[in-house]
Design a protein around this ligand. Structure first.
Ligand code: BDR
Ligand code: CA
Length: 312
């Protein structure tokens, strides 16, 4: 049976690829997409989510706008990586499908209350503001969640937005602390795993040559965001962070990691948003997450190409 998920997202080119992978995969049923402010402001992330769904021919999936700023901090965005629109690289038409009137946080709460207990997985691939807000407002939903599979954090790779912190956690550390502190089955896809998910030229060209519109769109998005990471890391390609969460749901065997304790630093002068991951088990704090570490890169990119080929 397909796994029911809600994707909480701030698209973002790699968010877009994650959404496309989910839509192309029979193992996954997307109940809704909830947008959050992150890579770009909320007005753009919700718009981008609708554009991505229309690209994939899935205007039937509802899109909800959520929080437009972190719980307590000022929003930090990442136009320097993702471009002014958040989805630079491809010019997609203005979406015809409507934005839902309901707030994303209410949608998350209602869905978890009405779907069978333990049947809905949350996949946050942006700052955790919407998820934490839902937990604050309706703590009863926490025990009804099947699992949370999120992209965020880092330990061996440390930070990509500050020397100590990964972007999604750094934007809203208070929200991350609430989510990591909740009694929930948590799977964390940090930079340690996603920095092994590096695109290659051959893969990009394979996608560009697909006889559909989604393949060439993914290739052009990759062209755009690669330029930043290639320059920054001196690497051949760029990490496709967010699709790793969906790939994990489809085939967890693509990744290896450990169940460990992970705490979120909210106060550090230089380390706000750091994921303090007890990889070596040196504290007596109980494990609260499966923290992934390595990625089977070739198998991941083969899966992505095969699935994106199925889309319009
Ligand atoms: C994360 O930050 C965003 O820029 C990406 O979409 C990804 O979710 C990587 O640090
Ligand atoms: Ca993202």
């Amino acid at each position: 049976m397909a796994q029911n998920i809600i994707i909480d997202t701030d698209p973002g080119q790699d968010d877009a690829v994650a959404i496309l992978l989910a839509l192309a995969s029979p193992e996954i049923e997307v109940l809704g997409i909830t947008a959050v402010a992150g890579n770009v402001p909320l007005a753009l992330t919700e718009l981008n989510a609708r554009k991505i769904l229309e690209l994939a021919g899935r205007a039937d999936i509802p899109v909800f706008a959520g929080c437009n700023a972190p719980l307590t901090r000022k929003l930090i965005t990442a136009e320097h990586v993702h471009g002014k629109t958040g989805l630079d690289g491809v010019d997609l038409p203005a979406p015809a499908m409507p934005l839902q009137a309901q707030h994303a946080v209410d949608f998350i709460i209602d869905t978890l209350r009405t779907e069978p207990e333990g049947s809905v997985t949350l996949v946050p691939i942006g700052p955790l503001t919407n998820i934490a807000s839902a937990f604050q407002r309706a703590p009863d939903i926490i025990s009804r969640i099947k699992q949370i599979v999120l992209m965020g954090g880092a330990y061996f790779e440390v930070g990509n937005v500050t020397p100590a912190a990964e972007f999604n956690i750094h934007v809203d550390p208070e929200a991350a602390r609430i989510v990591f502190g909740a009694d929930v089955d948590l799977v964390v896809m940090p930079l340690d795993a996603t920095h092994e998910a590096l695109t290659s030229r051959d893969w990009v060209e394979t996608l560009r040559a697909l006889p559909n519109r989604s393949g060439p769109a993914v290739a052009s998005w990759t062209d755009f965001f690669e330029r930043f990471d290639k320059e920054k890391y001196g690497s051949q390609g760029a990490p496709l962070h967010d699709p790793c969460t969906i790939a994990w749901l489809i085939n967890p065997g693509l990744f290896t990691g450990r169940r460990i304790n992970v705490e979120i630093e909210t106060k550090g002068e230089f380390t706000a948003g750091m994921t303090v991951a007890d990889w070596w088990g040196v504290s007596d704090r109980p494990a609260n997450a499966l923290f992934l570490r390595h990625t089977d890169r070739d198998a991941l990119f083969a899966l992505l190409a095969e699935r994106i080929a199925r889309l319009p």
